[in-house]
Design a protein around this ligand. Structure first.
Ligand SMILES: [Zn+2]
Length: 399
């Protein structure tokens, strides 16, 4: 089907083509170019015929062959190439851009512009080595800051897709000071490399990388989570607790993600009283369901189920949530069992059935940029590819 953008580009192509035809016709009158105009006109009428018969691909091919390559029409060719690529036909875009590069009429700036487009085509086709060669050439030799920056960003995108984190860091390093927006991704690349070091048992190297990540982005929650894991594995519980405590100051939305590690650290340190104080401090600024449930569990084990019901019920009346209600129903069922009731109130089981059903299909994490939700905490959003935008869902429906 013929979309509006395609139609717009074709109309532009026709306008340029007729302009050229007119100029060439004038030249023909001057005996300078006696043969080209009839060919051009014939191609345009053939293209127009395809267009009227709703055969856009054939129409575009005809117009491309009819359009001469010169400084006036390069932008039209590039626009057509982009159009093919966005329509998922990157192979046709490659033909257009390679055809352009073969022409000596291009200026150095236009040549680089076409190289960048061709690199995008190859990336869309998954031919990364050819894309990389073109981008390296522009990145290393271009006299234009804009072209160099575009090449660097495309190279970073390419290395991220290949999970080549060191190359992404190397290519971005000289520009990090001028590009503060890239410091967060760079911190995550350091974290990715640190995770590889941990797998390969190079813990000191991993630790150095994670500290570099925090220098690049002091709000990098992931670096503190990994540093806490390293400290926990080495039995340094106070350090692990301090690292996890920093996460609440960096970005409190990640508290639900760090709570299991915090509980584990205090349990290994055998310091339940400090854990309770820590949870109460968190509750002041982040009354999340997971914090309320952790506190409820602590009270349940220490003071019994009825005290846990009273405290949890009180906190949920201020910060209601579906997950909290589900936990509270568990406590009520437990309380009835402890009282020696052989079969606890069936209405509780009915309520429990409904809260479970509602919770089962709830995603746990959501990207704050594009809204993609899922059950795993991805540090880079799989859809919008933004770093650090996927966060735990909190509030009434969260956790
Ligand atoms: Zn996203």
């Amino acid at each position: 089907m013929l979309d509006a953008v395609l139609l717009g580009v074709l109309v532009a192509a026709i306008a340029i083509g007729f302009g050229l035809g007119y100029r060439q016709a004038l030249r023909r009158d001057d005996k300078a170019s006696p043969t080209s105009s009839p060919t051009l006109s014939r191609n345009y009428f053939v293209g127009l015929n395809y267009l009227l018969n709703e055969q856009p691909d054939e129409a575009i091919n005809t117009f491309i062959h009819a359009l001469d390559v010169n400084s006036d029409t390069v932008d039209t060719h590039i626009a057509l190439g982009k159009l093919f690529r966005t329509r998922g036909e990157a192979d046709k875009a490659v033909n257009i851009h390679q055809n352009l590069l073969a022409r000596p009429a291009l200026t150095a700036q236009q040549n680089e512009q076409v190289q960048l487009e061709l690199a995008r085509d190859f990336m869309a086709l998954g031919v990364h080595d050819r894309a990389q060669r073109l981008l390296r050439q522009v990145d290393e030799h271009s006299q234009h800051d804009d072209h160099r920056l575009t090449a660097t960003r495309l190279l970073v995108d390419l290395f991220e897709r290949e999970k080549d984190w060191q190359s992404a860091l190397d290519v971005m390093q000289p520009l990090l000071a001028q590009q503060p927006g890239m410091q967060r991704p760079a911190a995550h690349w350091q974290c990715e490399l640190a995770e590889q070091d941990i797998v390969q048992a190079s813990r000191p190297l991993a630790k150095r990388r994670l500290k570099k990540a925090l220098q690049l982005d002091p709000l990098c929650v992931r670096a503190n989570l990994l540093l806490a894991e390293l400290a926990l594995d080495n039995g340094r519980y106070p350090e692990a607790i301090a690292r996890l405590g920093q996460i609440a100051e960096q970005e409190k939305a990640y508290i639900p993600a760090m709570l299991p590690a915090l509980r584990h650290a205090y349990w290994r340190a055998d310091d339940e009283a400090s854990f309770e104080r820590h949870l109460l401090t968190l509750l002041e600024t982040a009354p999340y369901t997971s914090v309320i449930i952790s506190l409820g569990e602590l009270t349940h084990q220490r003071d019994g189920v009825d005290t846990a019901i009273a405290l949890t019920g009180e906190r949920l009346s201020v910060s209601p949530s579906l997950g909290g209600l589900d936990y509270l129903i568990d406590l009520y069922i437990e309380s009835q069992r402890l009282r020696g009731l052989e079969s606890p109130d069936t209405r509780l089981f009915l309520l429990k059935h409904h809260t479970r059903a509602l919770l089962e299909n709830r995603p746990r994490y959501r990207c704050q940029r594009c809204g993609l939700s899922g059950d795993t905490l991805s540090w880079q959003c799989p859809r919008c590819r933004h770093w650090g935008s996927v966060k735990p869902i909190t509030g009434v429906e969260g956790e």
